[in-house]
Write a protein that binds this ligand. Sequence first.
Ligand code: ADP
Length: 424
Amino acid sequence: MMGQPNLLLGCIADDFTGATDLANNLVRSGMRVVQTIGVPQAPLDTAADAVVVALKSRTIAPAEAIEQSLAALQWLRGQGAQQMYFKYCSTFDSTAQGNIGPVTEALMDALNTDFTIATPAFPDNQRTVFKGHLFVGDVLLSDSGMRNHPLTPMTDSNLVRVLQAQCGRKVGLIDYRTVAAGAQAITQRIAELRADGVGIAIVDALGNDDLLRLGPALKSMPLVTAGSGVAIALPANFGLTPSAAAAQLPPAGGMCAVVSGSCSVATNRQVLDFISAGGQALALDPLRIAAGDRVSEQALAWARPLLAQGPVLVYSTADVQAVKAVQGRLGVEEAGAMVERTLADIARGLVELGARQLVVAGGETSGACVQALGVSQMQIGPQIDPGVPWCHARTAAGAPIHLALKSGNFGSDDFFTKAFRMLE
Ligand code: ADP
């Protein structure tokens, strides 16, 4: 298998929407980016400067996360990637068992490198690091909503301590004063830390300027670990500057459809906005799905004559009370899985009917739809709203489609109409 000769950056992301977030930042800084769903079985099929392999490894057992991450690393090396980037959440989502520390150390071992950095700082998204402490907006991580997260409660904002608990290697700090002094000072500090036996350093960053000063100091580092913020500083190391060309996708065609399984406040508003603007919309009733009605067939029969006239929306989006009522009758997991399956069937059916521009609302819903369509690689295009770019992909059946995968709370109220207008 021939590696792609000019792949610059190989990225491993620990979840799907986090991967898109990283890809979006890289594109905006001038890289052509492909995101893959899981570790690909085949070589890259599109020219790219960076590839982001999206895993679902944030909360699985550490040994499994390591195995998947090493498989991603091996594939990226096979494609010729010059530098590796391990991407985690900007709130450093992890437990005392991991998986940020164990995966970082496994990647360091595999790359035979004795030093890397770690910083979740993402100032554009109100995530800053000061003296090693992570702030979410105006409060410490440990005072933010993350302290009650169901899977990865974060009760300590001192990242040196948090990461040290997950690592065998010594964890240190490159503080804001060093970062403010510029790349040379950072490089010198790295040499000192190394001499002290430190293997991983948390890096302070209060604003994008700090990340841009950090960038040049990372130039020859085989592995960088971070949230998506550091991505804004890496393309320049390869001589790339922001350009619209990086976000260019093949021309869009075909019909337009939205499938929405998110029940977030933002998505509820977006559904209402689409309907009040005169859009054709069909609501799905989870209880009818549970009763065995042929809900997806009926939805496709409804959509067939309408698709040619403009975008159609099929949604299970509902307010908190309605969702609670359904969950009470069907169970939380069962209701979720059943609705996801139905929406994914409908997404596939809509594409079979000729939809070639598809917006999916909901993180889990997006995962189910992408899987049903057999999409394994997506080229990342222009940003519709922060964190949500248009992407271009091929389905397993070979149909070229434009996809926008919107995680719950993202996007302005008119997102569903705005997105299609952008492709006109
Ligand atoms: P978000 O990004 O907003 O969290 P997700 O798609 O990740 O959206 O999650 C929404 C979950 O809610 C999915 O599992 C989906 O199947 C489920 N769901 C969607 N509509 C309903 C509904 N009306 N009642 C109960 N569960 C629903």
